[in-house]
Write a protein that binds this ligand. Sequence first.
Ligand SMILES: N[C@@H](CCC(=O)N[C@@H](CS)C(=O)NCC(=O)O)C(=O)O
Length: 265
Amino acid sequence: MARAKKKAAKAKPAKSKTKVKKSKPVAKSPAKKSAKPIDLYYWATPNGFKITIFLEEAKVPYNLHPVNISKGEQFKPDFLKISPNNRMPAIVDPNGPGGKPISIFESGAILQYLGRKFGKFYPADERGRVEVDQWLFWQMGGVGPMAGQVHHFKNYAVETLTYAINRYVNEVNRLYGVMNKRLADRDFIAGKYSIADMALVGWVNGWEKQGQDINEFPHLKAWLARMKARPAVQRGMQLGLEWRQNVDMKDPKVHAVLFGQRALK
Ligand SMILES: N[C@@H](CCC(=O)N[C@@H](CS)C(=O)NCC(=O)O)C(=O)O
């Protein structure tokens, strides 16, 4: 973990009982642009990795606040104040616009904010920005939700629903095909390495669990290897994996928390 600190944020949403393990700082030159660290509310999942990858890549100091979603910590009132959709990731930037704190939920919105704020991995020119945005939104509306459904029906569901599994495996297969074509003549999804690649890598890394064979997609396979060779990507996708080790996704209690949700009152 580069600059992640376990110190609690001043605006203290959602305290977690999960122990944050200290790991060795790897990144060496933190950006000076943000005086106070960003508070990241996080669990080790592909959506969470998007933000740790950015912060590690840009060497932005951050405080890590685990949100143990298998125990329902995403429903704590303080967390809901910054993330009303009871999902992580979320951030609080103490140095938001006008020098005042700002909280942000939705990983795509967080990536765009960080990209704009730090002027990294998100082009400033309109043409370049549109290029990144379309692939970022494609991830947010396509790869994430569809691969998420495969994970659910294939790996977490308590009954086997063949129709649902096939529907989502096939859709992810189609999306992988789109990425593979796109990457045939460029190294990164929007040309230059960007927040769109960060949004995708945690999901594509789970190809096996999504019923896919990465060898059928040589350009995507090469991109995945290129991404995983980056030390910041490695750090970002490593952070907090140990917290999940003993979580049984088929445990009825975990199921009730994650998959039995109805409208919050
Ligand atoms: N569209 C949201 C999705 C976030 C999301 O689904 N997060 C999951 C973990 S990957 C979560 O917090 N789940 C808690 C819950 O289901 O209550 C984003 O990209 O930020």
